[in-house]
Design a binder for this molecule. Structure first.
Ligand SMILES: [Zn+2]
Ligand SMILES: [Zn+2]
Ligand SMILES: [Zn+2]
Length: 156
């Protein structure tokens, strides 16, 4: 992956010890556009390196999430999913999350009004609470098209 060198450099100085699990988790997430759960990450990595246990995966995810290198999406069932976070503004997106099947849709075709509202809200909040805002994440929960059709009584 061409961008790999860049994120390694960006992260290296902030992550403390560059351990095999930290590297493996970041590497896996940086290569996919999917939102993976800890168990899926474990399943993918444990096969290659049996010394990586589920507890290590959870600890590693907590650490790199607290450092801001990944984005944690908490689903309605309490399960979390993770995605890699680049420092490119063009990768910024929001989520539509189906509460029935767990599907996550990324969208980045923001409406002008949406962007204005976010900016305004951020400005207002940072003034009111003297809070320096670095980033935000927006998740809409609901039903995807397929689940909506399935949930409807088929009386036609
Ligand atoms: Zn946004
Ligand atoms: Zn669905
Ligand atoms: Zn996403």
């Amino acid at each position: 992956m061409p961008g790999q060198h860049k994120w390694r450099k960006r992260i290296e100085g902030h992550i403390g010890r560059w351990t095999a699990p930290r590297e493996a988790v970041l590497d896996l997430l940086s290569r996919t556009s999917e939102h993976l759960s800890a168990k899926e990450i474990y399943a993918a990595l444990h096969g290659k390196d049996p010394s990586i246990g589920l507890t290590t995966i959870y600890r590693t995810l907590d650490l790199i999430n607290s450092l801001g290198f990944i984005h944690k999406i908490v689903m309605r069932d309490g399960q979390a999913r993770y995605e890699f976070r680049t420092d490119k503004a063009s990768d910024h997106h929001h989520h539509l999350i189906c509460t029935r099947c767990g599907r996550i849709i990324d969208y980045s075709e923001f409406e002008k009004e949406e962007l204005e509202l976010i900016k305004k809200t951020e400005n207002r909040l940072s003034k009111k609470y003297k809070f320096y805002i670095l980033d935000h994440s927006i998740e809409f929960f609901g039903l995807c098209e397929e689940c909506r059709l399935e949930a409807k009584p088929s009386d036609s």
